[in-house]
Design a binder for this molecule. Structure first.
Ligand code: SAM
Length: 379
């Protein structure tokens, strides 16, 4: 695995997070990071006193390389924050120069630079550009980058709509820069987020912040799992990778003495789940808890769990991967009470049965159709 990032006279060791799940072919930086750093180096003599806001710095490559500046690391992902902290510490860099800000919090005013790694979800980019409208000054330099194929007309029109005149560089190593000149004369436009849709299996109205999975309608996997929930009477249940919280909401409604812990690594997901319990079951908030966590890492050890319900993710950023599902199943096995149950839904071509067999010694097929299986393992 290539972990040595030697670029423009600086050498860093950079890993993804968690280190132990990193595939040998994965790197913690990409060509878009290199284009951004090259551009900053050419346009800023000394970065020591510079205020830089960095959005979506996947594994901390930009923050580590620019760590002499005052960095505001803005992200919706706890995993990204943890990767950055890990890499700052592995390289013995000064961690007091970096402030971590989640995607729903206020960004600092009038930064010298705004650097944007363009996210896969255009809605998250739109939310961030809307936030930037009230933050940038006429002097703020805005530069963004991504793989060239991710930069479409629709991407550039978002920059133009919310911030000002925008143009791109030529592609280099299949990546491209985007430059935007803030126009403070533009009328500020309101945010279309959270988006709202209605569930048909239960009478719930579901709010979704910009970066949440199934933002427009219920996921087919979630729908099937809702039809095949276990008996949660008097159980403490974790809705793992909760997204907007549809699974946990149904459990809270159907079992009036169950407790549900909603967990996701996305700040917007956990905030959406909280909003959805508050709005749909306001008198049941005392039976719900909300935790931003990488799998079950941030859940206190003493919490007794009877059940974990999960519709696992199968990609991280642009990479298709089952390493997150693997960690979710391992963590569930570790933290469940003896006799406790993990119930999951997965696409049939995924190797979830093998993973459950290895960890739990077996599994039952609760339901299956051409595309999906619902599997259950007992500890
Ligand atoms: N439960 C929701 C549903 O069924 O509609 C969302 C399921 S979606 C397939 C997977 C969820 O896992 C996403 O909300 C994603 O943010 C979350 N996720 C991804 N990586 C995670 C991690 N390392 N720890 C916790 N949650 C994670």
């Amino acid at each position: 695995m290539n972990t040595s990032f030697n670029f423009l006279g600086k050498s860093l060791q950079l890993y993804r997070y968690p280190k132990r799940f990193t595939h040998p072919s994965w790197q913690a930086w990409d060509a878009a990071d290199e284009l951004i750093l090259d551009h900053i180096q050419q346009n800023q003599d000394n970065i020591d006193q510079t205020n830089i806001v960095i959005l979506n710095d996947d594994f901390g490559a930009l923050s580590c390389w620019l760590h002499d500046a005052n960095i505001h690391h803005v992200s919706d992902s706890l995993v990204s924050q943890m990767a950055c902290k890990q890499n700052i510490s592995l390289n013995n860099l000064d961690n007091t120069q970096i402030t971590y800000i989640d995607s729903l919090a206020q960004m600092p005013q009038q930064p010298d630079w705004v650097i944007i790694k363009i996210p896969k979800t255009l809605a998250l980019l739109e939310h961030q550009l809307i936030q930037l409208q009230s933050v940038v000054s006429a002097k703020t330099k805005i530069v963004a980058a991504a793989k060239a194929k991710m930069i479409q007309k629709s991407t550039l029109s978002l920059f133009e709509k919310y911030l000002g005149k925008t143009h791109t560089s030529l592609a280099k190593k299949k990546a491209r820069l985007v430059f935007c000149e803030p126009n403070l004369g533009l009328q500020q436009k309101p945010s279309p987020y959270p988006t709202v849709w209605k569930m048909d299996q239960e009478p719930f109205t579901i709010n979704n912040h910009a970066n949440v999975f199934a933002r427009q309608q219920i996921d087919i996997g979630a729908r099937l799992l809702i039809d095949n929930l276990p008996d949660c009477t008097a159980k403490t249940v974790v809705d793992l990778g909760c997204g907007n919280g549809v699974l946990g909401l149904c459990i809270l409604k159907r079992y009036d003495n169950a407790e549900v812990i909603f967990i996701d690594e996305s700040y917007m997901a956990v905030a959406s789940a909280k909003l959805n319990v508050q709005n749909n079951l306001p008198t049941q908030m005392h039976r719900a808890r909300f935790i931003v966590s990488n799998c079950l890492e941030q859940l206190e050890n003493q919490t007794q769990i009877d059940m974990v319900i999960c519709n696992p993710p199968f990609h991280q950023l642009n990479t298709i991967t089952d390493h997150i599902a693997t960690q979710m199943f391992e963590d569930a096995h570790l933290k469940l009470k003896k006799g406790g149950e993990l119930r999951i839904i997965g696409n049939r071509h995924l190797e979830y049965p093998q993973k459950l067999k290895r960890l739990f010694g077996g599994y039952n097929v609760i339901s299956s159709d051409k595309k999906f299986s619902i599997l259950s393992s007992l500890k």
